[in-house]
Design a protein around this ligand. Structure first.
Ligand SMILES: [Zn+2]
Length: 267
């Protein structure tokens, strides 16, 4: 069984435009155009899941403005099925953030996605700490974009030293730091986050991290706290899966990463 714990889709009518603007912003800051492997729609990801051997995908929507939260969360609710799960969304600047979180928990959501770059907040700012604390109290997981984002200018808002600060306020058990703790900043992950209770997903790392460092981080952090993710449509799940398989982990470690840890959160 394979569960992709980090993927993105959009409502049909905005999918093409959303992919184009995300892709354009990466071109702006990196000078490279990354391909997208689905058309960004629900049907698109279902087809890709069939092609890549993915049984369940978790969608991580992001409200880039407070006014988008309500629509995004009703979309997130509407796409749920036996193959599609979704976290909810919240913009840290909205005044009613507490009520939104309570409603999401009541509606059966298991977590939310926050994106410190696209929502421009530091992970150890007052509002962020309040949100992370409230989520922990409600039992909601928080997937945080962590490390650099190729579509946004520096400084990055959720680097390992700042994420470490958060652990003075919350346990970290409900945090999932995307991209193995911090995209393209894995030396700092090893310095500040490995061994803490924070979970990592594996989205969009295979092209950038050495197999040695990836295996070392997984082993020293513990496979119990690693969740398979691809960042679809920006990567094909099979490529990330094959990369992780190539590391030569124990079968039990692979099972935890590929589906067992995810099932515990989704059930
Ligand atoms: Zn992502």
């Amino acid at each position: 069984m394979l569960i992709d714990f980090h993927s993105h889709i959009f409502p049909d009518r905005i999918a093409a435009g959303a992919l184009k603007s995300l892709s354009d912003s990466i071109v702006k800051y990196q000078g490279v155009r990354y391909p997208h492997y689905t058309d960004g729609t629900l049907n698109g990801i279902l087809k890709s899941m069939d092609d890549n051997g993915v049984d369940i995908s978790l969608i991580l929507p992001i409200a880039t403005k407070p006014t988008q939260t309500e629509n995004i969360n009703s979309f997130a609710k509407s796409i749920r099925s036996d193959r599609i799960a979704s976290f909810g969304s919240l913009h840290p600047e909205q005044d009613d953030w507490e009520a939104v979180l309570e409603q999401l928990a009541e509606d059966g959501f298991k977590g939310i996605k926050l994106h410190p770059e696209y929502q421009s907040f530091y992970v150890d700012s007052k509002r962020s700490l309040d949100i992370l604390k409230k989520c922990e109290d409600l039992g909601l997981y928080v997937t945080l974009h962590a490390g650099f984002d190729y579509g946004q200018p520096p400084p990055a808002h959720c680097q390992p030293d700042r994420l470490k600060n958060v652990l003075d306020y919350v346990s970290g058990k409900y945090i999932i730091a995307a991209h193995l703790g911090a995209f393209v900043n894995w030396d700092e992950v090893e310095k500040h986050l490995v061994g803490t209770p924070v979970n990592f997903d594996t989205a969009f790392i295979s092209k950038f991290i050495s197999p040695e460092q990836c295996k070392r981080i997984i082993r020293s952090h513990g496979a119990d706290k690693i969740l398979f993710g691809s960042d679809s449509p920006w990567q094909e799940p099979k490529k990330e899966y094959d990369f992780l398989l190539s590391l030569g982990l124990e079968k039990e470690e692979e099972d935890k990463i590929f589906y067992k840890n995810a099932l515990k959160i989704l059930e």
